[in-house]
Design a protein around this ligand. Sequence first.
Ligand SMILES: Cc1cc2nc3c(=O)[nH]c(=O)nc-3n(C[C@H](O)[C@H](O)[C@H](O)COP(=O)(O)OP(=O)(O)OC[C@H]3O[C@@H](n4cnc5c(N)ncnc54)[C@H](O)[C@@H]3O)c2cc1C
Length: 290
Amino acid sequence: MKPLTGFSLLRPPTLVGALEMMSTLEHAQPIVGGTDIIPTFKDLGSKPVHLIDLGLIEELNGIMEEDGKILIGPTTTHTQILTSKVIEKTAPALHDAARWIGSVQIRNRGTIGGNLCNASPAADSAPPLLVHGAEAHICSLEEGHWIPLLELFKGPKMTVLKPNEILIGLRFPTIAGASSSFQRIGRRKGFTLSVVNAAVYVERKDDALKEARIALGSVAPTPIRAPVVEDKIRGKKMSEELIDEAAEACVEVAKPIDDVRGTAEYRKDMTAVLVKRALREAWRRTGGEL
Ligand SMILES: Cc1cc2nc3c(=O)[nH]c(=O)nc-3n(C[C@H](O)[C@H](O)[C@H](O)COP(=O)(O)OP(=O)(O)OC[C@H]3O[C@@H](n4cnc5c(N)ncnc54)[C@H](O)[C@@H]3O)c2cc1C
């Protein structure tokens, strides 16, 4: 096996220490689980890179419920998400997604922050967080600010993060009576990236959709929301016909490409299938009947 060379690994114990490194060192990049970044090392050539390991910074890890909001630290692993009763109850779609990610080993090392900052259009945590209205806390040595999570993604493998910035937190509101579901299709049942994924969030009022949000992954250069479809179904009485209408409208929103994991045509067809499954499941989880 070839040794990994051409970089230094720095392990600051504090956030300020990490931010100082990010702002003073050339070609500095955060690392946590390394499950996305390490496989890219063969492309780095001899370029000097300082890897800033965020794993020792306690305040960046964990899940908290506070003042009607869920707060998640970026170094929280998929296993932590999967074993969190708070996430299972308040954001079932995120809990669903964590179950699908990689394998036990990948879930133990891979983090929610790494999944989002890697900015893959297929990232499984993105659609659930998007439908739950998540915001991302971005910080440099000089300042911190919150942005809607959707604005983090600029393109495949590209975020709006500046070279001196780190994602330091995620938050989304908890709404009584709301529920959500995440569905995906991969080339195998497990241990594979999504060919298409979808998350749906609903709030139920009697037999109607008081609120509906839909997000899709791997059908565009970034994970996307489907606001046109959401507007179409919001406030309507829930039925199989409405689910079909939403699913067909999502196919129009999806703009996938052909790649090694699937064709654009297959992705469009599967978008409809997954949106139907997610709408039915999220509705069922609110106690709604069809
Ligand atoms: C075998 C295998 C299977 C996988 N299966 C899946 C899957 O099913 N679904 C899925 O979505 N993904 C999957 N992945 C991808 C990967 O495991 C996840 O995206 C994981 O969550 C990445 O987290 P990490 O901590 O390992 O990120 P790292 O590799 O440490 O970092 C990833 C990127 O994010 C940046 N970064 C990390 N944290 C921060 C931060 N706080 N602020 C700013 N930038 C940051 C890094 O600089 C790097 O660019 C798989 C990977 C492998 C190797």
